[in-house]
Ligand binder design. Structure first.
Ligand SMILES: Cc1cc2nc3c(=O)[nH]c(=O)nc-3n(C[C@H](O)[C@H](O)[C@H](O)COP(=O)(O)OP(=O)(O)OC[C@H]3O[C@@H](n4cnc5c(N)ncnc54)[C@H](O)[C@@H]3O)c2cc1C
Length: 447
């Protein structure tokens, strides 16, 4: 494990001590007031009071800073590591817009939360008192499920989280790139919730209609924080050749500390953040040449532009307007068959489709090809839960409340938005918890 870890230096390393944190915190202009909240706080999907926690740090109180963060985000330590802050809080920082370096909000958030979770500042968590509002089952212990559970607990519900896997965190644990986060502090974040009274049941998949009917009999409301399913497979000839992999199992192996198999020349197929992560991970694992193959151009890539630029700076190459048509090799992969494409004129929805250019076929030589074209939705849920509906692979919910077509079920996170960020899942989970709270209050659900 250590040998693999050493190749993945952190992109956002911890601040060393309170002095360093206080100096950085002092740079904050404490923007915002009761009438106009600070831009950084507005840009945070979890709604963390950013100037508030930074003020606590500048006053030398990391424990209070952590409490401000955890109030809105129980996985604030993980989000400090993985959030795409250049397009969120740090991108909104007024200093950045004045031509200076933005306040390192994420590193300050990490400093404060680490103090509580991993450092000397662990607090004795109090279990909320008072009459219980009802019982809620949360399905999935990803960031969205954990945030929903945390907020429900704070509101006065008895909450049980059912998770299929042996540990908390969802994709944050199994998929997010190790140069952002390995696993810690996910266990500590889950433990904190447990100490506050949330019940966490691992290796407990809710795997069919009977299991759901049992939960419906026992709980007042259910939250679906189930994320997305397995990788979509590229249905091309040669896909079973040795050397052809799918992104998620490949990354999961890496995150378990076993160096995922990687050859000298690696082709990564896809244009999203996962493809960029896989390419950067392959470089760190020792691949000599890593190329991302994408069927549109850089402007259409769903990946963040800043991450594409970081990958390019590290040496990742890109083949744009290139469509893979098969995998070539006898038993082992020797190359990806490709064809150049051009983009059609925009259709009514503004989409430009790739159109094959005849006579442009070629083989891109490589010994590893990793397909990263996205995850499949968990559509089976619509067969198990009356009233649940999917549209274009997304679970349909009411935008204000996260309530699904079945009034006892709420949902959020990747299952609903088709795949976004950990902090967006946190925001969705919190929104649903608050909506459940309002509804329970209105209906007097308390048992
Ligand atoms: C390769 C990759 C890299 C990423 N990098 C970043 C990043 O750097 N920063 C960032 O913010 N986001 C990143 N993301 C996105 C982020 O991980 C997700 O948006 C986020 O984890 C979604 O949270 P969630 O709670 O909705 O679902 P998930 O994290 O997918 O969690 C869902 C949980 O539900 C469980 N589950 C599913 N079905 C059942 C069932 N029937 N019974 C019980 N349990 C069940 C699953 O086991 C899982 O633990 C990345 C995603 C990928 C794929």
């Amino acid at each position: 494990m250590q040998a693999v870890r050493s190749r993945f230096g952190e992109l956002r390393p911890a601040l060393r001590n309170l002095g360093e944190a206080a100096v950085e915190a002092e740079r904050c202009l404490s923007c915002g007031d009761a009438y106009a909240p600070a831009p950084c706080a507005v840009a945070c999907p979890a709604g963390i009071d950013v100037p508030g926690f930074i003020r606590a740090l500048s006053e030398g109180d990391p424990g209070r800073a952590a409490d401000v963060i955890f109030r809105d985000n129980p996985v604030g330590g993980s989000c400090a590591r993985v959030c795409p802050t250049p397009v969120l809080c740090e991108g909104a920082c007024v200093l950045e817009h004045e031509g200076e370096r933005a306040v390192s909000i994420a590193r300050l958030q990490r400093f404060a939360t680490d103090y509580r979770l991993l450092g000397p500042g662990a607090s004795r968590e109090e279990q909320p008192e008072g009459p219980r509002l009802g019982r809620v089952a949360v399905i999935g212990a990803g960031p969205g499920g954990l945030a929903c559970a945390g907020e429900l607990n704070a509101l006065g519900f008895d909450v049980t989280v059912f998770e299929a896997r042996p540990a908390p965190g969802g994709l944050v644990r199994y998929a997010i790139a190790p140069y952002r986060q390995w696993q810690e502090p996910l266990d500590e974040e889950a433990d904190r919730l447990r100490r506050r009274g949330v019940t966490l049941r691992f290796e407990t998949p809710v795997d069919g209609p009977q299991a759901l009917r049992r939960l419906e009999a026992e709980y007042d409301f259910l939250y679906l924080g189930v994320g997305l399913g397995e990788d979509e497979a590229l249905d091309l000839p040669g896909r079973d050749l040795s050397g052809v992999d799918l992104a998620l199992p490949w990354i999961e192996q890496l995150k378990a500390g076993r160096a995922a198999a990687v050859g000298e020349r690696v082709a990564v197929i896809g244009g999203g953040n996962t493809a960029i992560d896989v390419a950067r991970e392959a470089l760190r694992l020792g691949a000599r040449d890593v190329t991302v193959i994408y069927r549109r151009t850089m402007s259409e890539m769903p990946a963040y532009a800043f991450e594409v630029e970081e990958a390019q700076a590290e040496g990742v190459r890109f083949l744009w307007l290139t469509l893979p048509t098969g995998f070539i090799g006898a038993h082992r992969l020797q190359g990806v068959a490709c064809q150049y494409v051009r983009l059609s004129e925009p259709d009514a929805a503004g989409h430009r489709r790739p159109e094959a250019l005849p006579g442009t076929d070629f083989v891109f030589p490589c010994d590893t090809a990793i397909s990263a074209i996205g995850q499949a939705p968990r559509r089976i849920l619509a067969e198990w839960i009356p009233g649940l509906e999917f549209q274009g692979g997304r679970l349909v919910v009411d935008k204000e409340t996260g309530r699904t077509g079945n009034p006892r079920y709420y949902a959020g996170g990747d299952a609903v938005n088709g795949g976004a960020t950990a902090v967006q899942a946190v925001s969705d989970g919190t929104r649903a918890a608050r909506a459940i709270g309002r509804r329970a209050q209105a209906k007097g659900v308390a048992k």
